[in-house]
Write a protein that binds this ligand. Structure first.
Ligand code: PEP
Ligand code: MG
Length: 662
């Protein structure tokens, strides 16, 4: 067995056979017969010709000349003809034949002594490596059985094409936790490790792999016993996930916990799994890995399905965020040096208006089926939002003309560019909600490419700059009474949840796999915030429970209202979580567990839960401290079952007495 350390993009455990995708190492290639290899070469060349033609359509004169030269090289007898002969006469695989042809062509050019001709070697090498990758791709299908998907580098489209239901894990050589592959893996609950140098030498197609983020890496070639253990652990993890989903439904938090999905079917069962709605449906995944755009009807079905599955809960569908690493093969896109700063998100929608309008018509029609909302990605200027809203009105008019019924949903803006943060007050006047995409807001604010490798140290999602931006966005939104969600990866990071809630964020939208943990962390953070906010007296005494305060004179027990023991106040406690009203030493814990006192210097406070509850002789009370213990203000001291107290006929009012000295 070999162990290799990796970095974690998405936590989790997965075990199964490695399935290496074509982007991956050459070792994964399975050559066919010479005829099959020749056919792969032809398919790859046809695809390459198509790509060159698409680039040429956008090119200026200089680039056109270069592309013409590349096309001529590709189709010439010296290249394609030679590669084909290598396959048919020497029995080489298609990628090998391409590589060797490039080698011999370059060797010939180098001998020319002409520097211009020698430089063409670079072009030939580039062409050959692209062609070989295409040949490898066409030589492989997609997995059909549960597996760990492995590749030097994988694209989001490949993950969806591989069929998320059968992926037990993902492993790549290059990657980053905020890449779209990682985001997608998170949303699908698939563990994902990356950063395995020289992956091709370490993992072969079909090797059994154990991928474990807790152990910080992978195991290759485990023995039979280890495989049995891994399979059992995997089954247990899957069962626990299913159980957790069931438990989630019972909890409530003031902060809404939404789910991020990328396929309509993922909406099934989400409400039961504890989601308060869909905070982000990445609709662009409907547009990837296909030969043409999805029709209005196909889109309508998908959006309707999601909205219906959520019942009346909010279903936020983001309009297609195509571009950057999410390339739709059928859509002509310019070759960009830095596509993350180029044509993506709303910019694509505003360039291809008919495509956008088709999507908007589908969304408007689906809005009748539930509580659907539309969200616009990558907004940087007010005019862009105006244009999007104009397109929405035009789409509605088209439906009117068709006499088709529809509903106009609320439209919100994704805040994922620093520009959008700075003009948030203006955007808030036009939008019905905001959702902060911290993945992109992070990359554009910190100037760190979210897809880049080895940049983790610079991509700090808790960077003060980002947190201030979130605060600014919340302020602008709340001034206009619109809610703010966070739907980037940060929303699901336990260490960030309290901070986001303190900043005033109203909703956290996370991958379905993180719903439970996020809900729990949000509940904890809310409780802590409540405690901090409990009223304080002049002496720094805090209310030990949340609830309405009752003046001393109105406490229905003369032992307290008469002030015999000292000044006091009653609390109609909302729950039985009773905390220390001040830091100090526990001086008494009543034998019937219904009362305790704490002293700090001259100040001593008694907390008495319920009137006459001494009679319960401890039933319904759990005390967490003992006499003599040192406690901190806000620390939980006692749990009281208020329902039980009421059921036994007692008044559960909590009394806080500032005991008279001496
Ligand atoms: C984001 O940018 O934070 C976001 C949620 O969108 P995506 O990750 O799909 O770009
Ligand atoms: Mg984004």
């Amino acid at each position: 067995m070999d162990r290799f350390a990796c970095k974690t993009a998405q936590k989790g455990f997965g075990a199964g056979k490695a399935y290496i995708l074509h982007g991956g190492p050459a070792a994964a290639y399975r050559p066919g017969s010479p005829e099959e290899e020749a056919a792969r070469l032809d398919r790859a060349a046809a695809e390459m010709n198509r790509k060159l033609a698409a680039r040429k359509a956008q090119a200026d004169a200089t680039e056109t000349a270069l592309l013409d030269a590349e096309t001529a090289i590709l189709n010439g007898d010296e290249f394609l003809g030679e590669a084909r002969r290598g396959i048919l006469e020497k029995g080489l695989s298609a990628p090998d034949a391409i590589g060797r042809t490039a080698d011999s062509l370059c060797a010939m050019l180098r001998e020319s002594g002409n520097s211009y001709i020698q430089e063409r070697c670079e072009d030939i090498r580039g062409l050959a490596s692209g062609l070989a990758a295409l040949a490898r791709g066409s030589g492989q299908g997609m997995p059909t059985e549960p597996c760990i998907l492995v590749g030097t580098e994988l694209s989001p489209g490949e993950i969806t094409m591989a069929g998320p239901d059968i992926l037990r894990g993902i492993l790549t050589e290059t990657g980053s936790p905020t890449s779209h592959v990682s985001v997608l893996a998170g949303s699908l609950g698939i563990p994902y490790l990356y950063g395995l140098e020289n992956l091709a030498d370490k993992v072969r197609d079909g090797d059994y792999l154990i991928l474990d983020s807790e152990a910080g890496g992978i195991c290759v070639h485990p023995d039979g016993e280890q495989i049995r253990e891994a399979e059992a652990r995997q089954a247990a993890a899957e069962k626990a996930r299913a159980e957790q989903r069931k438990q989630a439904a019972g909890k409530t938090t003031r902060t809404k916990i939404g789910a991020n999905i990328s396929r309509a079917e993922e909406a099934d069962g989400l409400a039961e799994a504890g989601a308060d709605g869909i905070g982000l449906f990445r609709s662009e995944f409907l547009f990837l890995n296909r030969s043409e755009a999805p029709s209005e009807e196909e889109q309508y079905e998908a959006y309707r399905h999601a909205a219906e599955a959520m019942g009346g809960q909010e279903t936020v569908i983001r309009t297609m965020d195509i571009g950057s690493d999410k390339r739709a093969e059928w859509l002509e896109m310019p070759e960009e040096i830095n596509p993350a700063l180029g044509l993506r998100g709303l910019r694509v929608s505003l360039k291809y208006r008919e495509l956008f309008r088709t999507q908007l018509r589908a969304l408007l029609r689906a809005a009748k089926a539930g509580n659907l909302r539309i969200m616009i990605p990558m907004v940087a200027s007010e005019w862009e939002l105006d244009e999007a809203l104009k397109e929405l009105r035009a789409a509605a008019e088209e439906l009117d003309a068709r006499k088709e019924s529809y509903a106009i949903p609320d439209v919100g803006v994704m805040i994922e560019t620093p520009a959008a943060v700075m003009i948030a007050p203006e955007l808030a006047a036009k939008a019905r909600f905001f959702s902060i995409g911290t993945n992109d807001l992070g990359q554009y604010t910190l100037a760190v490419d979210r897809e880049a490798r080895d940049m983790d140290a610079y991509f700090n999602p808790m960077h003060e700059a980002l947190l201030r931006m979130i605060g600014m966005t919340v302020k602008a939104a709340h001034e206009k009474q619109i809610p703010v969600a966070v739907c980037g990866e940060l929303a699901g990071r336990p260490e960030a949840i309290g901070t986001l809630i303190r900043l005033g964020v109203d909703e956290l939208s996370v991958s379905p796999a993180k719903l439970v943990a996020t809900r729990n962390a949000a509940a904890e953070a809310e409780a802590a915030i409540e405690k901090e906010r409990r009223p304080k007296t002049a002496e720094g005494i805090r209310s030990p429970a949340e609830g309405e305060l009752i003046p001393m004179a109105e406490i229905p027990d003369p032992a307290f209202s008469g002030g015999i023991m000292g000044e006091c106040v009653g609390i109609l406690a909302e729950d039985g979580n009773i905390c220390a009203p001040l830091s100090g030493t526990v001086t008494t814990v009543a034998a019937a567990k219904h009362a305790f006192s704490i002293r700090n210097g001259e100040t001593e406070v008694l907390v008495h839960v319920g009137l006459d509850t001494v009679q319960l002789k401890g039933e319904g009370f759990t005390v967490h401290v003992r006499e003599g213990d040192r406690v901190e203000q806000g620390q939980p001291v006692l749990d009281a079952d208020l329902d039980l107290i009421r059921a036994r006929g007692y008044n559960p009012m909590v009394i806080v007495v500032r005991l008279n000295a001496g």
